[in-house]
Ligand binder design. Structure first.
Ligand code: CO
Length: 331
């Protein structure tokens, strides 16, 4: 079974959230011509998308073209609404979670959904996670931070503990990127800030003592190959050993925790994939495309399938076996 575990959707139609919540600048979708739309953020154009975002038949056609059996999909991070009122973010999560299950049902088992939760409110997030897992989601996608709160925040650790209790796999996706004006040009927010955001989250979990506190059965995965983490693990390790203030609360050196999380394969370069597999191990890298966005892998699975260094056993693990186990998917 070939599984793509990182892709996104946006429903064809959603309620007018600005009107519903009486607050401006909610995302919505503007259909511009058949099969093409613009994701909007209030009056601002956010990203052009095509029908694969909402049309199950288009998606399955493209999965067949690329030899993908099952695709996991989740919201576009712009829908997290973590900085909004919790009750609005919860209602937004419900709308998207229910829509995702309807799409999954139409796909006859080819598409499986990850839910979203109002992570700014731990109790509401835990309740929506439980409701979604019962309804048929296979896990949850969370943003990598809530404002200044990183993944070692007390409330977020409590939520991750709840995910472990509920046997819900977690995909951490970077969003709300730092850099401000300096990364506002040339999509540098995506090419520069996103990988650093993801690295920051993994480092925060390690040095903040989150992995020491959370149970080993928590299944947590980071998007985009874990961002800059693998390449800079040596630097982190060196700092941990040589400066006591760089150790944080972690009981062990950073490399000790690499078996506590997984990453996707979206690194777009065979040399980067080689380093990633060496650092993480071939059991903890999973095919993830970021489909159907233009910064994703446009021919899903090509990097892994055509890799010059992976043997066929490692390819099979990365292309499907690892994700089947991680997300508890039956073959
Ligand atoms: Co993505």
């Amino acid at each position: 079974m070939i599984i793509d575990m990182h892709s996104h959707f946006f429903p064809e139609h959603i309620p007018d959230l600005e009107k519903q919540f009486g607050e401006p600048n909610w995302p919505w979708i503007k259909h511009v011509e058949p099969g093409k739309a613009m994701l909007m953020y209030g009056k601002q154009e956010f990203r052009p998308v095509y029908s694969a975002c909402w049309d199950v038949d288009v998606r399955i056609g493209e999965m067949d073209r690329d030899g993908i059996d099952v695709q996991l999909f989740c919201a576009t991070p712009v829908m997290f609404a973590y900085m909004r009122k919790a009750e609005h973010a919860l209602e937004c999560a419900r709308i998207f979670n229910d829509n995702a299950l309807e799409m999954a049902a139409r796909s006859k088992g080819r598409m499986r959904a990850l839910c979203q939760v109002p992570l700014q409110d731990t109790d509401a997030a835990c309740r929506e996670l439980s409701r979604s897992m019962k309804a048929g989601h296979v896990g949850v996608q969370i943003g990598n931070h809530v404002g200044d709160r990183d993944l070692d925040d007390e409330g977020i650790i409590a939520f991750l503990q709840h995910c472990a209790n509920e046997n819900a796999a977690v995909l951490v996706h970077p969003w709300d990127m730092f850099g401000g004006e300096r990364t506002s040009k040339h999509m540098m927010g995506w090419t520069v800030s996103m990988p650093a955001e993801t690295q920051l989250s993994i480092v925060a979990m390690i040095l903040g003592g989150a992995f020491d506190r959370l149970p080993k059965n928590l299944r947590i995965c980071f998007a985009h190959g874990g961002g800059s983490f693998a390449f800079l693990l040596g630097r982190l390790e060196n700092a941990w050993h040589n400066r006591d203030i760089a150790r944080g609360k972690s009981e062990h050196p950073p490399s000790h925790y690499c078996d506590r999380f997984a990453v996707d394969s979206a690194v777009f370069d065979d040399r980067a994939l080689r380093l990633l597999v060496e650092v993480m191990g071939e059991d903890r890298v999973m095919l993830g495309s970021d489909y159907p966005f233009p910064l994703g892998e446009l021919s899903i699975g090509k990097l892994v399938r055509e890799s010059k260094f992976l043997d066929s056993g490692a390819k099979q693990k990365i292309l499907g076996d690892n994700a089947a186990a991680f997300f508890n998917l039956k073959g």
